[in-house]
Design a protein around this ligand. Structure first.
Ligand code: ZN
Length: 240
């Protein structure tokens, strides 16, 4: 199977389209979504409907949780909270319910997907170094685990110890475990504005992370036209 793994779409329809077109051209035959479908961007309804139509496994992100319940927008960052409240108003009751009922962790084939970390997934811990990765891998019962949340692609490998790699390609070796952050489709934060996602080829035992250009001007215009904070449009081109 060739799995396309994508997440942190953050209501950026233009970036999401670029990823899905690329995944089709790469002949992916299965898909999985790592959460944060909505929040920050100007196309929450369109992005959510697209994911729902795909009927693929999906796990819940913190923005999916906070944007789907009244008063749940407890994000202490006022800009994130404003976007979550705006998103809540746009989504239907069925969509709120659909997001609320998403699971935190799912197992597919020989891999696990979770938005933040397997170490208490509902606490939304970030994995930004080897110590965070080690805490996650302690709960990892499959050979591979894919995460998002930090919006920064990164590969952690557990052999004798845990090592961290910035490469976009990894060949899976039988006696090691892999914890892979696939980066963000709709709001990368590693200084590179291009959309990020991963393909896992289970027959070839390889994972590749891809970065794709997309129509960023349209995505920015939608944020500004919606009356969302201007900084949410500016950060897209800074990849921050
Ligand atoms: Zn996110």
């Amino acid at each position: 199977m060739r799995y396309a793994l994508f997440g942190d779409i953050h209501a950026n329809l233009e970036a999401f389209h670029a990823v899905l077109e690329h995944a089709q051209a790469q002949k992916c035959d299965a898909y999985a979504c790592l959460g944060d479908i909505v929040g920050y961007g100007g196309s929450p309804v369109e992005c959510l409907e697209l994911v729902q139509k795909m009927k693929c496994p999906v796990v819940k992100g913190n923005h999916d949780e906070d944007s789907s319940q009244v008063g749940a927008a407890r994000n202490t960052n006022p800009i994130a909270r404003q976007a979550q409240e705006w998103t809540y108003e746009r989504l239907s009751e069925e969509q709120h319910k659909w997001l609320q009922e998403l699971r935190y962790v799912r197992q597919i084939d020989n891999f696990t997907i979770v938005h933040s970390s397997l170490d208490r997934p509902q606490h939304w811990n970030y994995i930004t170094n080897k110590f965070d990765a080690t805490a996650c891998i302690a709960y990892q019962f499959t050979q591979l685990c894919f995460v998002g949340h930090s919006h920064v692609p990164q590969i952690y490998v557990k052999g004798q110890g845990v090592s961290s790699h910035n490469e976009y390609h990894v060949a899976i070796e039988p006696d090691k475990k892999y914890l892979i952050n696939i980066g963000s489709v709709g709001q990368p934060r590693d200084g590179d504005w291009r959309a990020s996602y991963a393909i896992y080829d289970s027959a070839e035992a390889i994972v590749n992370i891809y970065r794709l250009e997309y129509d960023i001007r349209t995505a920015q215009k939608k944020i500004l036209d919606a009356g969302l904070p201007e900084s949410l449009a500016h950060r897209l081109e800074q990849g921050s």
